[in-house]
Write a protein that binds this ligand. Structure first.
Ligand code: TMP
Length: 226
């Protein structure tokens, strides 16, 4: 990673402090996209520039959210219907916003989320069959004014994703190939509909190459929002 970190002293290096402070960035993508590795790397970059961060993961991130996460991912909860799934993810999110995201943004921290409403739109929406309009209606209640500045989608085909997954699959990961093909399409459809808020990266190359691509695109996209 360090070899891909821009040199702080070089004149044309991005001003990461100006770019990242007070931002709300989401990392998202299909299971096995490698987004969590990139998530850790961006946090390290922010810290190396003295930027305070709040990192959250969904579902979860609060004591109540972690309890909801256990219900959602428990493989014995096979009978759970998609509407219940959608509302539980959104309930966990509402708690997370009030307890962690809103206070951190008000202090000018970088908030970086591993998944957010973009996951609900892809999994329970495009893959699960609930309409975008319905999800956005519930999303208005859960999110209020806290919509992300940028959603980075780590795009990967099902075959590559499969090779990166832990063999002990959770309830969502067990849903099969066709479901995960629709999940991927869900992300790409969102990005097409809202190109200003979404950045799609090819997540197939090595982690170091994806990081280099991430940092160069991130600096450009955030500079445009200054
Ligand atoms: P994780 O494996 O990235 O921790 O995510 C947990 C699983 O939950 C993953 O399979 C994606 C799924 N998920 C949804 O189906 N809808 C959502 O809104 C969120 C946040 C996650």
């Amino acid at each position: 990673m360090t070899d891909h970190m821009p040199d702080k002293s070089s004149a044309d290096a991005p001003d990461w402090e100006a770019l990242l402070k007070g931002r709300f960035i989401v990392f998202d993508g299909p299971d096995g996209s490698g987004k969590t590795t990139q998530f850790r790397r961006l946090i390290n970059l922010a810290h190396s520039h003295g930027i305070k961060t709040t990192e959250v993961r969904e579902p979860g991130g609060t004591p109540i959210g972690e309890q909801i996460r256990n219900i959602l991912l428990d493989p014995t909860n096979e009978e759970m219907v998609t509407k219940c799934e959608m509302l539980l993810y959104m309930a966990s999110r509402a708690q997370l916003i009030e307890q962690k995201i809103a206070p951190a943004l008000s202090e000018g921290q970088l908030v970086i989320a591993d998944r957010f409403i973009s996951s609900t739109l892809a999994y329970q929406g495009t893959a699960g069959g609930i309409s975008v309009a319905d999800i956005l209606r519930v999303g208005q209640i859960a999110l209020g004014d806290y919509w992300p500045d940028l959603v980075v989608v780590f795009d990967v085909d099902e075959q590559t994703a499969q090779t990166r997954l832990n063999p002990l699959l959770d309830r969502m990961e067990q849903k099969g190939k066709e479901y995960h093909r629709r999940v991927r399409k869900g992300y790409l459809d969102q990005a097409e509909a809202d190109p200003n808020r979404y950045l799609v990266l090819d997540a197939r190359p090595s982690a170091d190459n994806v990081t280099a691509d991430l940092l160069s695109n991130l600096s450009q996209r955030l500079a445009a929002k200054l």
